[in-house]
Design a protein around this ligand. Structure first.
Ligand code: DLL
Length: 444
């Protein structure tokens, strides 16, 4: 019945979104029941969890309430590498219907597994994600997240089909074809990394296609850090509303958290992924509102449960209820990771600060790179940013003005002066997936 109502509706809520609105008390009950089950499952099936819990004198019976989660040991990325490829699997391979892997920057990838039930949960949380971003049946979603071992493509694909939207499984790359299909198919929503979308906007301009004049109305972006300034830039350039979605392979892929129409924090699908914020130095659990490292526990994963996984992503939980009515807690957008900081002349710098500083200055394009080097034992940073053709050609003599404003903006936000290189449009490599913002030449 609900489904039929939904089918006739132009928008509104998909039945899959019902858990988003559970009364808090009922939500906590679901969480505790699932937590107890997942801890028992992990303890029984995964030697690493059993050993660590035994070392602490814990059995699954120690989990009596949700607060007891803090007694469990953390899991970290190195645990996945050390048990490569299948050491953390809690299901026999005969029950595993899918593997994904994240490339990582060096060495072996990390491998993640899904049972059929896990794929169903993933489809559900991705349907809830897309619904929260305003998608519904009748929408045509161009899925430009990469298909393959990366979780983005298939995660969004299954979610869109579960929602009942029409999915165009184009994957990343082939930008001219992307633009042709957006126009010819009347695509109404697109998902990809925000950096790839800035490239599509640029290419559309070169091809004489005005995205603002097309039916495209929603962008669903994630998989990399991006600022509010970048969102404003994209919304204006493409004439669409843009939503931030979050996830990571170790937990499920995309579908861990999503913005809603309020665009003010990401709701965590906490009936499946239990969030905590910890002090990254001490591991102590921090109260709502405090900034720290996000730790997630999968409450329903079968093939590869994760207990207290340290994401290294820095955020804070938002205690205030959201006007959208969802009872799920929200987190602030992820501005940084605990491992992407560098220190320049004694000042802590995060790439997202550089992005915010650049986009605040007119005449710049949203394509930039941070180059780190080491000179006489000291870390140095240069920022390379593309400027518009008008500025670059310097016909109207704007180049030095832009440079001065950029220097000031960076100094204002970072508190230091850095070497600035204003470069021609298209000089910085474009990415089809996650952008590489930092080029680290500190070790040769
Ligand atoms: O990037 C999953 C995903 C696909 C998320 C599509 C959203 C959309 P991984 O490749 O394992 O998985 O990378 C996970 O990317 O720990 C964050 O550091 C970063 N990340 C993901 N989404 C966001 C976001 C996918 N919205 C890692 N904002 C995470 C900031 C993000 N960082």
């Amino acid at each position: 019945m609900l489904r039929e109502l939904w089918n006739d509706a132009e928008g509104g809520f998909h039945p899959a979104s019902a858990p988003d609105f559970l009364p808090t008390e009922a939500l906590r009950e679901v969480q505790l029941r699932r937590l107890r089950a997942v801890v028992a499952h992990a303890y029984e099936k995964v030697p690493l969890y059993r050993t660590r819990m035994d070392e602490r004198g814990l059995t699954p019976a120690a989990i009596q309430g949700l607060a007891d989660i803090a007694r469990l040991p953390f899991t970290v990325k190195a645990d996945l590498r050390d048990t490569y490829p299948f050491g953390l699997f809690a299901s026999p391979m005969s029950d595993v219907v899918r593997l994904h892997a994240s490339s990582g920057t060096t060495g072996k990838p990390i491998v993640v597994a899904y049972t059929r039930e896990d794929v169903e949960v993933w489809s559900e949380v991705m349907a809830r994600t897309l619904a929260a971003c305003g998608l519904h049946r009748g929408d045509i979603l161009q899925n430009a997240f990469g298909y393959g071992l990366f979780t983005g493509g298939l995660g969004a694909h299954y979610g869109a089909e579960t929602l009942g939207a029409t999915v165009v499984p184009i994957s990343g790359g082939n930008s001219d074809r992307q633009i042709m299909l957006i126009r010819d198919f009347g695509v109404s929503a697109i998902c990809c990394t925000p950096s790839y979308f800035t490239h599509l906007v640029e290419r559309a301009g070169e091809l004489g296609v005005d995205l603002r004049a097309l039916p495209l109305r929603i962008g669903i972006f994630g998989a990399e850090p991006w600022t509010d300034a970048m969102r404003d830039h994209i919304e204006a350039a493409a004439g669409i509303r843009v939503f931030d979605i979050y996830g990571l392979s170790e937990i499920i892929g995309p579908g861990v958290a999503s913005e809603c129409g309020e665009q003010n924090g990401l709701h965590i699908f906490e009936d499946h992924f239990y969030p905590e914020i910890i002090d990254p130095e001490t591991g102590e659990v921090l109260p709502d509102g405090a900034e720290g490292e996000l730790v997630l526990t999968t409450l329903s994963k079968r093939a590869m449960p994760m207990l207290r996984y340290r994401t290294r992503d820095i955020t804070a939980l938002i205690a205030e209820p959201c006007p959208c009515g969802r009872t799920l807690r929200r987190m602030r957008r992820i501005g940084r990771r605990s491992d992407d900081m560098f220190i320049i002349r004694g000042v802590n710098v995060f790439p997202s600060q550089v992005e915010a500083a650049l986009l605040a200055v007119e005449g710049t394009l949203p394509h930039y790179q941070i180059i780190l080097s080491r000179q006489q034992g000291l870390d140095q940073m240069a920022v390379e940013v593309e400027v518009t053709p008008e500025v670059f050609s310097d016909k109207v003599g704007a180049l030095e003005g832009v440079r001065a404003r950029l220097a000031k903006s960076i100094e204002h936000i970072l508190g230091i002066r850095v070497e600035l290189r204003l470069v021609e449009p298209r000089s910085i490599a474009r990415s089809e997936g996650k952008a590489k913002r930092v080029i680290d030449r500190r070790n040769g």
